[in-house]
Design a binder for this molecule. Structure first.
Ligand code: SAM
Ligand code: SF4
Length: 318
């Protein structure tokens, strides 16, 4: 599939639930996900039908996200079904990893070979504060289990927040010296609930380069939104993801599917196209329609000009 600006769309990010066992202050409304209408989530069969149609149209790469995908009891079955779909060559997951340890091997066997794990801090109290009650040790166990299961690469996502975790840039980056992980610093995006955070929380990812002048630039993966660096002699890599200071719309190859069955042509636009309950030619037509609705680029993102998306991040999947 090619959109109206000549971009080849091969990547589907699929949110499988709005619910989450954590409640990160930059993602989720303060009252949490308990009010989300989780009975409204698509079933495994519904996801399989949509992904099969998308794969027939050219989607090759799938990311399973949420909310927290591991709160779904049928997550291993869901992954297995996705990996059986003809044309899907690569399945990955984004998770907070706090429920990953007991599930990592089964997920690997079902088809998850690459995983992104959210880790904004290495400080136990700060972790509990940012996630509103999460336990850092659970996430660390999950990261270890992902590595032990053979997942590769294991990428760690840290949302960079001034006055909250910018004092940990060096410590987080140092994790890549001993562990073969890619630590990605992501600029905080003004979307959904982030209005509650102070303006000072918005810091550019270039701060990482100022703090770590020894970083060496290395080649980035094709279509990756991260610019890659390495600390001298490190086993792992450091990625900078800069949706505010240096947007990557020109390279965008993705479409998003929400847990309630809406396609989002762009993370930061209010446009949504429901495909729930559609089948066959009608389903494919709507997928192509969503691809054609992809804007050339999203509007300006800043504290005074927040995302136009009507959903908070837990209802999109990042
Ligand atoms: N629960 C899973 C997790 O935390 O990895 C998957 C869903 S979460 C919505 C996906 C990604 O979005 C996470 O890496 C999270 O840090 C990121 N995210 C959420 N809100 C964000 C925001 N306002 N700005 C930047 N990244 C955000
Ligand atoms: Fe949950 Fe992930 Fe959002 Fe944190 S970032 S509240 S773990 S969905």
């Amino acid at each position: 599939m090619t959109d109206g600006y000549g971009r080849k769309i091969e990547y589907l990010r699929m949110s499988v639930t709005d619910a989450c066992n954590l409640n990160c202050s930059y993602c989720m409304p303060e009252e949490g996900s308990f009010r989300c209408n989780c009975n409204n989530n698509l079933t495994v069969d519904e996801f399989a039908e949509i992904v099969t149609a998308a794969a027939e149209l050219g989607i090759k790469k799938l990311r399973i996200t949420g909310g927290e995908p591991l709160v779904r009891r049928d997550i291993v079955e869901l992954v297995r079904r996705m990996s059986e779909i003809k044309g899907i060559e690569d399945i990955s997951m984004t998770t907070n990893a706090t429920l990953l340890a007991p599930a990592a091997r089964d997920l690997y066997e079902a088809g998850i070979r690459r995983i992104n794990i959210s880790l904004d801090t290495t400080d136990t109290e700060k972790y509990a504060r940012i996630t509103r009650g999460g336990r850092l040790t659970d996430a660390i166990e999950g990261i270890r289990a992902a590595l032990a299961a053979g997942m590769n690469p294991v990428k760690l996502n840290a949302v960079l927040m001034g006055g909250i975790n910018d004092d940990e840039i060096e410590d987080l980056a140092r994790l890549t010296v001993d562990y073969p992980v890619e630590l990605r610093f992501i600029e905080l995006m003004p979307i959904g609930n982030t209005r509650a955070l102070s303006k000072d929380a918005y810091v550019p990812s270039s701060l990482v380069l100022e703090r770590l002048p020894e970083l060496e630039k290395i080649d980035s993966e094709k279509h990756s939104v991260a610019k890659l660096y390495r600390l001298p002699g490190a086993k792992g890599k450091i990625g900078l993801i800069s949706p505010l200071s240096n947007h990557f719309c020109g390279e965008c190859n993705r479409l998003r599917l929400t847990a309630d069955g809406c396609l989002k042509p762009c993370l930061h636009s209010a446009d949504e196209i429901s495909v729930r309950g559609l089948h066959g030619a009608e389903l494919k037509e709507k997928i192509l329609f969503a691809v054609n609705k992809k804007p050339r680029m999203h509007g300006e993102l800043s504290t005074t000009s927040p995302s136009e998306s009507k959903r908070s991040m837990n209802r999109i999947g990042g």
